[in-house]
Design a protein around this ligand. Sequence first.
Ligand SMILES: C=C(OP(=O)(O)O)C(=O)O
Length: 571
Amino acid sequence: MVKFKAIGVSEGLAKAKALVIKEEDLSVVKETVADAEAECKRVLDAVEKAKQQIEVLRDDAEKNIGAAEAEIFDAHLMMLDDPDFVEGMTNIVTDEKVCAEYACFVNCENFQAMFRALDDEYMQARAADIGDISQRVIKNLKGIADNAIDTITEPCIIVANDLTPSDTAKIGGKPVAGFITKIGGRTSHSAIMARSMGIPAIVGAGEKADEIADGDLLLIDGAAGEVVAQPDEQTLADFAERQKADAAHRAMLAQYKDKEGATSDGRRVIIEGNIGTPDDAVRVAELGGEGVGLFRSEFLFMDRTDLPSEEEQFAAYKKACEIMQGKPVIIRTLDIGGDKEVPALALEKEQNPFLGYRAIRICLNQPELFLIQLRALLRAAQYGDLRIMFPMISSVDEVRGAKQVLEQAKDMLTAEGVPFNPNVKVGIMVEIPVAAVCADVLAKEVDFFSIGTNDLIQYSCAVDRINEKISYLYRPLHPGVLRLIAMTAKAANENGIEVGVCGEMAGTAGMAPVLCGLGVTNLSMSASAMLAAKADLAKHSCGECKELADKLLACASASDAERIFTDWRES
Ligand SMILES: C=C(OP(=O)(O)O)C(=O)O
C-alpha cells in the first residue's frame, strides 16, 4: 500500500484504476543514415499512420463535440496530403542522409517560418497546425502512443505530470473518476476545470506520484488531498464508509438547492456559478445557482487553431443566457495569457507571462478581435440578463478605452441594422492590487465589480499561482489581501454597485461568511461548491460575519488569521 498527501483542489472521493500518463520525449537528434530509401519509407509510414489517427479523432469530435470542432482535423488531413509538405521531409532525408525524425523537425521549422512570414493573421495561425501534425508524425516515428486521454474508455484516475487546459477539456465525456498531477496549485486551470466538472482532483504531488504504477487501484480524497494506491482490505472498508457518509452530507446540502444565499438574519449574498463553456451552466442551474458570476470566455478560444467567429461566440453566449433563464450571466471578455494559450493568436513566449501582454491589454491593442467578441455579446444580450466584464483592469483609462470599443460595436450593429441589447451592464475584474486601491475611482465608471482573488493574491503577494514550490506563500487570509478586498467592497457599497468575488476563495469551505463580513454582495464559484456556501452562510448572522471579518483584518499575519479562521470553523 502506498499513501501520500498533496494539494486537494477539487473535492470528492473516487476509487478507480490508475492511468499513468508518462511525459513524452519528443526531442530529436540529428543522426546520419546509410539507407535513405528505408528512412523515406519510415516517413511515409508515419504520415500514413498520422492520417488514420486524425480520421478517428475527426469522427469522434464530430460525434461528441460538433461539426465545427471536427473541421480542424480536416485541415490537418489536407496538410498531410499536401505533396510539398511530405516531400519536404523525404527530400531532407535523401539530400542530407539524415534520420526521419530530424527531417520532420527541420521540415516543420521551414513550413512554420513560411506561414509566420505571411502578412495574414489566419495563415500565421496555421503555423500551430504544422507544429501539431509534425509532432504527431515524430511521435509515430518514435513509437510513442497517441494521447492517452483520447483513448480512455474504462473508468480511471489519471496520474500525470500536468494536464493542460485542453487535456482537462478532453476529460469531459470520458469516464475519468479523478486526477492527480505532479505540478500545479489550487488555482491552476486544470484545478479550476476539475471543480467545474465536479471531479475529485489532487495536484502538486511531485515525485510522490512516481510511486503509482499504471493499473494500480487508487483511492483519492480530493478535499484532503489524500492518495492511497493498492489499498489493503481495512483501508478499502474504511473508504466505503466514508463514501456513504459523503453521500449523506450531499443529501443534507441538497435542501439548499432552491434557497437564496443569505445569512441567518436575511442579509442576501447572491451565490452564482463559474463556467468555462455554455454547457457548464446546466450544472449551475441544476445546483440552484442564482446566476453565472463568471463565464471564462477564453475557453472558447483555446484548444483550437482558429478563432471562434462572431456567430459561434453569439451562439455560445446566447445558450448560456437561455440555460440561466433570465438570471444574470456575467461574461468576462477574452482573458488569455498567463497559463492560458490561444494558438490562433500565435502570441510570443514571454519571460513573465502573468505580467505581460494579456487580457484587456491584448483586446485594446487588437480592437478587431475585441469588436467581434463585443458584437457577439451585445447580440446575445437580447436573450437574458447578460453582463460584460473586462479583465485585468489596472486604470480608469483602460475601462474607458474598453467602453469606447463597446460603443463602437454598438454603432456598427446599429448601422448594419443587426438587433442587439444596448443596455448591457458593464463591470470589471478587480484583480490587480492598484485596481483595489483605486476602487473608489473605478466604482464611478462601472456597474459592478468582481474580485478575482486568484490573481489578486498572486499579484499582491508576488507569488506565482501555479508554482507549487511557493504555494505556502499563497495565502488567501493574508491580512493584506483581506484589506484589499475590504477596500474594494467599501468603495462598491458606497457607490451602490454590486461587488462579487469570483476567484477560488469564494468557493473555499468557510469563506462565504468571511467575504460577506468584508462587505461582498455576490459570490461566484464552481457549481459543486454553491450548496455548501449557502449552508455556511445560513449558519451565521450578518453581525457574526462582520465580527469575524474584523478580527481577521486586525491580524498581524496570515498564520494568525488562519488560526482564528480554523478555530471559528471548529467552534
Ligand atoms: C477568477 C479569476 O480569474 P482566472 O480565470 O484567471 O482564475 C481570478 O483571477 O480570481
